[in-house]
Design a binder for this molecule. Structure first.
Ligand SMILES: [Cu+2]
Length: 274
């Protein structure tokens, strides 16, 4: 059974295996297909049109399935690897072990944002940025530059306390749990973390930075915590909503999976802690 662990608790061997599997997906070309898919949805999802991956109720089940695909790809390389999560409300500085040279490497050079250390630094030759929105082919970060503070535990708590999953107009203007977690409204959790990391993470090609998966694994864990906190609350809308994925409608790009199929993560993985 797949257990997703807090990145701060990984052993040296677990970090090494995770990094090696990610690098092998990159080498084989499979990694960049994930970046392309994500960017395609970022570009296409709009507040007043069809919206699936972002700024809509299906933000959470869409990313849950996207992460499952990526985790299965990792496991096809090394069956012992699972996706770790980054609790950014706790490990909230550039000095966290997450950013060590034995794991994801640190922030970028002040001049051009270029990451200079770790397994994903351009100098290694192992991490070319091929799917990109500008000419730069090296991984960039500017930890804490775009916004100074990561969300606090108190801010996370304030969003987990919202009992309604989502609300009309089912987009970036919505009240409710989903949009506050996504961050278009209120204290801003998920979106703010993308901005805090900076570089490619602050763009539609954000999966170019491997921290994307650890960030979204924690967003996904927060959804699971919310479900346990509010057992009587459900995914909405239930049916008949134009341009929005209802509970029993299939989601692109898979077309064979509905939000209803993804509500229970324990069918696929568990977490190390509640
Ligand atoms: Cu994201």
């Amino acid at each position: 059974m797949t257990v997703r662990k807090n990145q701060a608790t990984l052993t040296a061997d677990e970090k090494r295996r995770f990094v090696a599997a990610v690098l092998e997906l990159k080498r084989s070309g499979r990694y960049d297909a994930f970046v392309t898919t994500h960017n395609g949805f970022i570009m296409a999802d709009t507040d007043n049109g069809e919206r699936t991956g972002h700024r809509s109720p299906s933000f959470l089940p869409w990313h849950r399935r996207f992460l499952l695909d990526f985790e299965q790809a990792l496991q096809s390389v090394d069956a012992s690897v699972t996706l770790p999560y980054w609790d950014w409300s706790t490990d909230r500085t550039p000095r966290a072990s997450l950013w060590g040279p034995d794991f994801l490497g640190g922030t970028g050079h002040s001049r051009d944002g270029r990451v200079m250390d770790g397994p994903f630094a351009a100098d290694t030759g192992n991490w070319p940025i091929n799917v990109r929105v500008d000419g730069r082919t090296y991984l960039r970060r500017a930890l804490g530059d775009g916004v100074r503070e990561l969300p606090t535990p108190g801010e996370v708590e304030s969003v987990l306390s919202m009992a309604t999953y989502d609300m009309p107009p089912w987009n970036s203007a919505s009240d409710g749990f989903r949009n506050h977690l996504e961050g278009w409204r209120g204290v801003n959790l998920h979106n703010r973390v993308h901005v805090w990391v900076g570089g490619q993470m602050a763009t539609g090609v954000s999966p170019n930075d491997p921290v994307f998966w650890l960030h979204h694994a924690y967003v996904d864990k927060l959804w699971a915590r919310w479900q346990r906190r509010h057992p009587d609350s459900r995914y909405v809308p239930a049916a008949g909503t134009p341009q929005v994925v209802d509970l029993d409608e299939t989601m692109r790009p898979w077309n064979d999976v509905r939000p209803a199929d993804l509500l229970d993560h324990t069918r696929h993985y568990t977490f190390d802690t509640a």
